[in-house]
Design a protein around this ligand. Sequence first.
Ligand SMILES: Cc1cc2nc3c(=O)[nH]c(=O)nc-3n(C[C@H](O)[C@H](O)[C@H](O)COP(=O)(O)O)c2cc1C
Length: 315
Amino acid sequence: MFPSKNGILLAPLAGITEPVYRRICRRLGADAVVTEMVSADGLHYKSENTAKLMEFDESERPIGVQFFGNDPERLANAAKFAYERVRPDFIDLNAGCPVAKVVKNGAGSALLKDAARFGRIVEAMSKAVPIPVTVKIRSGWNTHEWVDAEFAKISQESGAAAVTLHPRSQTMMFTGHSFWERVAVVKQAVSIPVIGNGDITSGADALKMFKETDCDAVMIGRGSLGNPWLFAEIKAALKGEPFVSPSRQERKELIIDHIRAFRDLHGEQRACGEMKKCVAWYLKGLPGASAARANVFASSSSIMIEEIVNNFFKV
Ligand SMILES: Cc1cc2nc3c(=O)[nH]c(=O)nc-3n(C[C@H](O)[C@H](O)[C@H](O)COP(=O)(O)O)c2cc1C
């Protein structure tokens, strides 16, 4: 059954949740992961770079491939293509992305402005593949003009297997705090599983989300950045067990593994660019981190970044 009861999912984060990060999160306790959003239009125009975003390693399962777009037929074709090419465990529709370049094409959270089209999309995608199709929505376009329960119901009626709610409006982008009470409203409105998302950064937060909303599973995005141990922390909290934070040695080993695996998969140029922000997240809040972070950002190779990490954890 998807998602597992009390499951903890890694959220799709464009530019961040590539395969190496997803594997780390699975290893540390995420029950399922989702790819970065993949453009259905990109696949329609046969972009190989777009198709690459769907690729994953078997160790990442269960995994969903997430699509964004606006056209029911293109989205259904994208779902079918993903099913045939990479056999994911589920397909997810993005109806939450607030960024201008996505919503100007009527995709992401712009779908929340057109209930009929949204229903057609979910139905077409659900009919296109023999695996679960899930939907990720925001609570609405304008703050307090909530349409989440309505769109969750449409999702259910159109064949969706589960709905994830990030209870912010499009206009909030990522500011303020998410309105968790909306997760409770959506949970009451549908019988398919509801996944609660937004601002969970600790085991206590996750317990609170489960308790206040009765959601079936939670999804974690930004809270895991630099702290993928959050999944284990939440697992421990759910079992009522104490959580032991990783030692300095464990932190160092994970960061070094992350850099090396990323370089192996994506090559040195991307590793040098993208590992800087990643390592900065890992070091954030640790004593002496600001000087090390400055050195990380000044490095010209991923080997230099590794050296800075090794020296940082030596002292
Ligand atoms: C950098 C970034 C990229 C994101 N990319 C996606 C995406 O590709 N698809 C999606 O549905 N949501 C995306 N989101 C939204 C997250 O999945 C999640 O809903 C949101 O960050 C709230 O959860 P959090 O507070 O746990 O991060 C993105 C968010 C951020 C900050």
